[in-house]
Design a protein around this ligand. Structure first.
Ligand code: SAM
Length: 287
């Protein structure tokens, strides 16, 4: 079968199946072959690789991944797309489509059962309404993977890559950089999708680190401190932490600053991941 990714072919498939785009499922399909090739190239796929694709849509990216990869497991939530995928991917014997919500499904089990538990590469033109929850699920559940190459809103990609003391730096930057080395690979205009999204898109690759970037004794506490520090961005760190969700007393917070040599008058957005880790580690056993 011809490749799907052209405006003509995509429209034909949509007409044949009377498919209706669901805005609430973030359905914007890629219609540009070059962009698809660039995404697969950015992911650095070889026949040795097993790939988990999130949201295959009508299968345009899936085809390009399968040409390069050993095996592809594609997880799609929309039941109306399943019969379409059966047809568009019929010529490939290395693709398995799973009809599930990626946010609910047990990904460890899928990787164990379908891919023999090997480390995978994750690829997806993600539904923009759940970009962050999907990425954080893979990271927090410590899915065995070497990288995630995903198309997301440009603004979110910038936040993932941001460094301290910039406007984009926040809890998301820290969460992503704790686990990964992020790299923006490609900027993508709305014109290569049907229907066109309202925002610019970016392909970002997150290379998963062998171990987290900094030593953290209690991850929940570390992310709690980060959340409180950025929850009140304009406040000093002392104020933000002593009035945040962790209910830390002012005395204890001051003690922590002294022990870690961090100035409590700074704002959270100036702290590096290392400094957040030192602060969080100080509170272990003291709460
Ligand atoms: N990969 C296709 C492409 O590039 O043309 C489609 C990408 S489209 C932006 C996002 C896809 O993710 C849609 O097919 C949508 O139905 C699917 N999707 C949305 N939410 C999902 C979820 N929670 N689990 C799995 N797939 C989901």
């Amino acid at each position: 079968m011809d490749k799907i990714a052209s405006p003509k072919k995509t429209k034909e498939i949509i007409q044949e199946y009377q498919f209706r785009f669901s805005k609430s499922l973030g359905q914007n399909f890629l219609i540009d072959k070059n962009i698809l090739e660039n995404i697969v190239e950015a992911a650095n796929i070889t026949k040795e690789d097993c790939v988990v694709e999130v949201g295959p849509g009508i299968g345009s990216l899936t085809q390009h991944i399968a040409d390069k990869a050993g095996k592809v497991v594609a997880v799609e939530i929309d039941r109306n797309l399943i019969p379409i995928l059966q047809k568009t991917l019929a010529d490939y014997d290395n693709i398995e489509v799973i009809h599930e919500d990626v946010l609910k499904v047990d990904l460890h089990e899928i990787i164990e059962k379908k891919l023999g538990g090997r480390k995978v590469k994750v690829i997806g033109n993600l539904p923009y309404y759940v970009t962050t929850p999907i990425i954080m699920k893979f990271l927090e559940e410590k899915i065995p993977m070497t990288s995630m190459t995903v198309m997301i809103q440009q603004e979110v990609a910038q936040r993932m890559e941001a460094v301290p003391s910039t406007k984009d730096y926040g809890a998301l930057s820290i969460a992503v950089q704790y686990y990964c080395e992020p790299k923006i690979m490609l900027k993508v205009p709305p014109s290569v999708f049907i229907p066109q999204p309202k925002v610019d898109s970016t392909v970002i690759r997150l290379d998963v680190l062998e171990k987290p970037r900094v030593y953290v004794e209690k991850e929940k506490l570390f992310f709690g401190i980060v959340k409180d520090a950025f929850g009140k961005r304009r406040k000093t760190l002392l104020n933000a932490l002593s009035t945040g969700g962790l209910s830390l007393s002012k005395e204890l917070v001051k003690e922590a600053f002294e022990a870690t040599n961090i100035d409590g008058n700074r704002r959270g957005e100036t702290l590096s991941i290392q400094e957040f880790a030192e602060l969080a580690n100080y509170f272990v056993g003291k709460l």
